[in-house]
Design a protein around this ligand. Structure first.
Ligand SMILES: Nc1ncnc2c1ncn2[C@@H]1O[C@H](COP(=O)(O)OP(=O)(O)O)[C@@H](O)[C@H]1O
Ligand SMILES: [Mg+2]
Length: 246
């Protein structure tokens, strides 16, 4: 795997999102993510985090006038399969009828990579994610933490331009959550990939983000580094309780 690749920079310009039933989920949103940066979207349930992520993925499209750019290329109307994004969800969304190795290799198969190359790249990826011993297990034979590692491996094996993570740790118990949070942190630093990480958990945001975007009712209420947000929170949602090593 190419670990020198840094992924795309991303820009959202004036992205409003109104759903078919009239719900205004996002007020005109402007957002920039640097290549290689981990940007965390933090805010309470319903504030528009998932909607923002789905716009970036190409699973939703902004209202007229909104634009989304990857490395200055306008992808506003580009469908998800042409955007080269990797996604990880709270619910894992793995294929239950495939083994671990088949799940991880799926994206390469879609790209029509040769079987021998798939085998070797999947093998490397499973080693890296400490899943080597589980290659032939079915998904229902795995713990929650193992499933989420498989989901991560599946998302990054195709070297996507952008990795999108939507509350990937929320379904896990506390011990697994801490362990996997550390693993994700290491992985994002090591890959240098552009990542957007959605969470409602302030500690998680502080631990993972190069910068944090605090969202409130479909608007950005604050953008800053974890320290800036911690020492000068501008939203009641934020509580100054995270012990922060100065
Ligand atoms: N498909 C949809 N149709 C109508 N309203 C939606 C749809 N998806 C999300 N919403 C609404 O948009 C707002 C933002 O939702 P969402 O982006 O999922 O928030 P978050 O991920 O921060 O919890 C909420 O009010 C939600 O109910
Ligand atoms: Mg959500």
């Amino acid at each position: 795997m190419n670990t020198n690749e840094h992924g795309a920079s991303i820009r959202l310009e004036g992205c409003t999102k109104t759903f078919a039933d009239g719900t205004l989920a996002l007020h005109p949103l402007d957002l920039s993510v640097q290549a290689g940066e981990t940007l965390v979207l933090l805010g309470p349930s319903g504030c528009g985090k998932t909607t923002t992520l789905r716009l970036i993925a190409g699973l939703e499209f902004p209202d007229d006038g909104g634009r989304i750019l990857f490395d200055d290329e306008d992808v506003t109307h580009t469908p998800i399969e042409k955007r080269n994004v990797g996604m990880v969800f709270q619910s894992y969304a793995l294929f239950p009828n495939m083994t671990v190795a088949e799940n991880v290799g799926y994206g390469l198969k879609v790209q029509k990579v040769k079987a021998a190359e798939i085998k070797s790249r999947v093998g490397e990826m499973l080693e890296m994610m400490e899943l080597g011993a589980l290659a032939h297990r079915r998904i229902d034979q795995l713990s929650g933490g193992q499933r989420q590692r498989v989901a991560l491996a599946r998302a990054i094996i195709t070297s996507p331009r952008v990795l999108l993570l939507d509350e990937p740790l929320t379904a896990l118990g506390a011990i697994l959550r801490d362990r996997l949070r550390a693993d994700i942190n290491n992985l994002l630093r090591r890959l240098g990939i552009t990542a957007i990480y959605v969470t409602h958990d302030q500690d998680e945001a502080m631990a993972l983000g190069d910068r944090i975007v605090v969202m409130d009712h479909g608007r950005v209420s604050q953008i800053g580094t974890p320290k800036e947000i911690y020492f000068a929170p501008q939203n009641d949602f934020l509580i100054s309780s995270t012990p922060f090593a100065a």
